[in-house]
Design a protein around this ligand. Structure first.
Ligand code: RIB
Ligand code: CA
Length: 316
C-alpha cells in the first residue's frame, strides 16, 4: 500500500482532506505536516492534532512546516482567509485540545527522510502553499527523481484564479516554491480550480453526517460554516467547493479525472504573478512531468469522500 504525507494549512477544506485521507482504506497516511496559509503554521499544527485526536487517529504523527514563503521573511493571514475559514481556521468550532503535541523533527526533514525511506512508494499531497516541498527540493534535489507522486491542490489552467484573475490562493502564497516544484521534474498531479470548482458539497451531505455520531456532528458544524460563507461570498457555487479533498480523490481514484500531460511553470512576477501555465519550449515533450486535472466525474468526489467519512464517523 502506498504511503501518504499530507502537507496542509489546516483550514476547513484541509480538515475534510485530512479525514478523507485518514479514513481511506487504500492509502496509508504516515504523517501530516502543518503549514501556513489559511492560518499560521502553529495553528495548522494544533488544528491537525485536535482533529486527529477527535477522529481517533492518534498514531499519525504531526510535524511543523515552514512559517512563510521562500522569498519572504514573514507571513500575515489575510482578512479573507479569516472570513472563509474562521479565526481559528475551523469555522469557530471549538475542539478539545489534543493530548499529544507535534513531533520534534521539522516537517521538511520528515519529508526528506520519508522520500529516502519509501522512494516510489511515497505520495505527498500538498493542499496549502508549496513551501515545504520547495525547501525540501532545495535541500535534497534527488527527491524529484526518487518520489512516487506529488499531488497538489493549487493553480488554475482553464479558468481564472481565485485571488486574482491569474492566481489561485495556494500558488499565490509562494509562487517561487511552486515554480521550483513544477520545474523540478517531480511527477506531479495538479488538482486546481479547473476541477475543484466542479465538485460541490451541500448541507444535504453534512446533514447526513450529523446522524452518524458526535464526530460527524462536529465535522458538519465546521463544514456548514464554510458552506454558509460561500452562500454569502459566492452564491453561484450553491454549496462549497471541494478544493483540498479533490487532491486526495486524485490519488485514490485517478480514474475519475481527465488529466492533461503538460510541462508547467508558475509566473513569479508581473501582473500575472501566480499563474500556472504550460512551458512553450516544452510543449512537444513526450512525457511531461505534470498531469493537470481538467475535468472530473460529476458528484463523484463528494460521494467518495462522504462514503469514506461515514465509515470513519461510525467508528468514533
Ligand atoms: O484555493 C483553494 C485553496 O486555498 C485551498 O487549499 C484552501 O484551503 C485554501 O488554502
Ligand atoms: Ca488548503
Amino acid at each position: 500500500m502506498k504511503k501518504l504525507i499530507l502537507d496542509i494549512d489546516t483550514g476547513i477544506d484541509d480538515a475534510m482532506a485530512l479525514a478523507y485521507s485518514a479514513g481511506a482504506k487504500t492509502i496509508d497516511l504516515i504523517g501530516v505536516v502543518g503549514t501556513y496559509g489559511n492560518v499560521y503554521t502553529q495553528q495548522s499544527v494544533q488544528n491537525t492534532l485536535n482533529i486527529l485526536d477527535m477522529i481517533g487517529k492518534v498514531d499519525i504523527p504531526v510535524y511543523e512546516g515552514e512559517p512563510h514563503a521562500i522569498a519572504k521573511n514573514n507571513f500575515k493571514r489575510s482578512e479573507i482567509g479569516k472570513k472563509i475559514h474562521g479565526q481559528n481556521g475551523i469555522g469557530e468550532v471549538e475542539l478539545p485540545q489534543a493530548k499529544r503535541t507535534k513531533e520534534a523533527k521539522s516537517g521538511v526533514n520528515f519529508i526528506i527522510d520519508s522520500v529516502k525511506k519509501y522512494g516510489k512508494d511515497l505520495v505527498i499531497a500538498a493542499t496549502g502553499p508549496m513551501t515545504n516541498l520547495g525547501v525540501a527540493l532545495k535541500e535534497y534535489p534527488e527527491m524529484a527523481k526518487e518520489i512516487g507522486q506529488i499531488v497538489i491542490m493549487g493553480g488554475a489552467l482553464t479558468i481564472p484564479g481565485n485571488v486574482s484573475p491569474f492566481a489561485e490562493a495556494n500558488i499565490s502564497q509562494d509562487p517561487e516554491a511552486a515554480k521550483l516544484l513544477f520545474e523540478s521534474g517531480s511527477p506531479i498531479i495538479m488538482a486546481g480550480l479547473d476541477v475543484t470548482m466542479r465538485s460541490i458539497l451541500t448541507q444535504k451531505d453534512t446533514q447526513k453526517w450529523r446522524q452518524i455520531s458526535k464526530v460527524g456532528e462536529k465535522y458538519a458544524d465546521i463544514v456548514d460554516y464554510y458552506i454558509h460563507i460561500h452562500d454569502e461570498t459566492a452564491p453561484t457555487v450553491k454549496g462549497c467547493p471541494l478544493h483540498d479533498p479533490s487532491a486526495i480523490a486524485a490519488i485514490i481514484h485517478p480514474e475519475l479525472f481527465d488529466m492533461l500531460p503538460l510541462a508547467m511553470t508558475v509566473e513569479t512576477e508581473g501582473p500575472s504573478v501566480g499563474r500556472t501555465i504550460g512551458i512553450t519550449e516544452k510543449i512537444r515533450e513526450k512525457t511531461p512531468n505534470v498531469k493537470t486535472c481538467i475535468n472530473v466525474k460529476k458528484g463523484a468526489v463528494a460521494k467518495d469522500m462522504c462514503d469514506t467519512m461515514a465509515i470513519l464517523y461510525a467508528g468514533t
